[in-house]
Design a binder for this molecule. Structure first.
Ligand code: C2E
Ligand code: CA
Ligand code: CA
Ligand code: CA
Length: 276
């Protein structure tokens, strides 16, 4: 146990230092990044069982002029801690909603899914800002899905329910991201206006070979069916993953098997090609 403890500490320290450096960089540079267009929206397809694209998830990328590509996993949590996520998240929402009005996206009636962090969701005036963004961009709220995490649903249940209900009344859909990795209770899920569960890719990964992961996926699918929620499977990388899922229930598929996240303009150009 001592040896393990030492290993943990050695792993932990550089990680902490990297986070401290990242936080420092962020506080001075992220605002500039938004202004100077260093942030880009990538899109990843969500396809049906026939392989037809039904929607896309917006995934943020930061092309830092010196540090290169900074992955969202290393700057989103710190943007969340510092509160910068509010401004950053609004920027993503505005750009993501603008994509909904793109002729190629609209012509195919694609949905756009946008990740919303807990702090952004609970920040005062979130509903008003979403309304303003919808008005400014002219986006159809009924083609917008907001992806939230289980943690958000469990914390501040009453506030969450109120905010979700107001947005849901506009036609916006809610999806529970990384479903199964948190601890949502069925009771909470039932009381909130949720439309979709996203099965976390950690469950999909080994499900075709591992009976316990397969059982977890089955449990999630049963829950979704019981609550009449649609399902998106994340991290579908292989035909074996797709076959495993297709044998079980109707759902949408998202993962490298169908396409990696691509710059929004590249994704849209490929839609046009697809159709011709
Ligand atoms: P997420 O919402 O769970 O997004 C799915 C992640 O899985 C993405 O990582 C995506 O690139 C990756 N992925 C997609 N298909 C596959 C696959 O087949 N195999 C594997 N191994 N991975 C796959 P990414 O783009 O690095 O984003 C990481 C996380 O950062 C996201 O996880 C999300 O929590 C967060 N994030 C990204 N963009 C935003 C944003 O605009 N706002 C907020 N609040 N969070 C964001
Ligand atoms: Ca997501
Ligand atoms: Ca995930
Ligand atoms: Ca996530």
């Amino acid at each position: 146990a001592k040896a393990a403890g030492r290993n943990v500490v050695r792993f932990f320290e550089p990680e902490m230092q990297a986070r401290a450096e990242m936080r420092f960089m962020l506080e001075s540079e992220l605002r500039r990044a938004v202004e100077q267009e260093e942030l880009r929206l990538f899109l990843q397809a969500q396809v049906d069982a026939r392989g037809a694209i039904r929607g896309a998830e917006v995934l943020l990328r930061w092309h830092h002029p010196r540090r290169g590509l900074v992955p969202p996993a290393s700057f989103i949590p710190i943007a969340e801690e510092t509160g910068l996520i509010v401004e950053l998240g609004d920027w993503v929402l505005r750009r993501g909603c603008a994509l909904l009005t793109h002729p190629e996206i609209a012509a195919n009636s694609l949905r756009i899914s946008i990740n919303v962090s807990p702090r952004q969701f609970h920040h005062a005036g979130f509903v008003g800002r979403v309304r303003d963004i919808l008005t400014e961009t002219g986006a159809d709220p009924s083609r917008l899905t907001l992806e939230v995490t289980e943690g958000l649903v469990i914390d501040k249940v009453h506030q969450t329910a109120a905010t979700m209900s107001e947005l849901s009344a506009l036609g916006i859909h809610f999806s529970i991201d990384d479903f199964g990795t948190g601890y949502s209770s069925l009771a909470y899920l039932k009381r909130l206006p949720i439309n979709e569960l996203k099965i976390d890719r950690s469950f999909i990964q080994d499900a075709p070979e591992d009976p316990s992961d397969a059982a977890l996926v089955d449990t999630i699918l049963a829950m979704a069916a019981h609550l009449r929620l649609s399902v998106v499977a994340e991290g579908v990388e292989t035909q074996a993953h797709a076959d495993f899922l297709a044998a079980r229930a109707e759902m949408l598929y998202q993962g490298y098997l169908y396409g990696r996240p691509a710059p929004a303009e590249v994704f849209i150009a490929s839609l046009a090609q697809h159709r011709d």
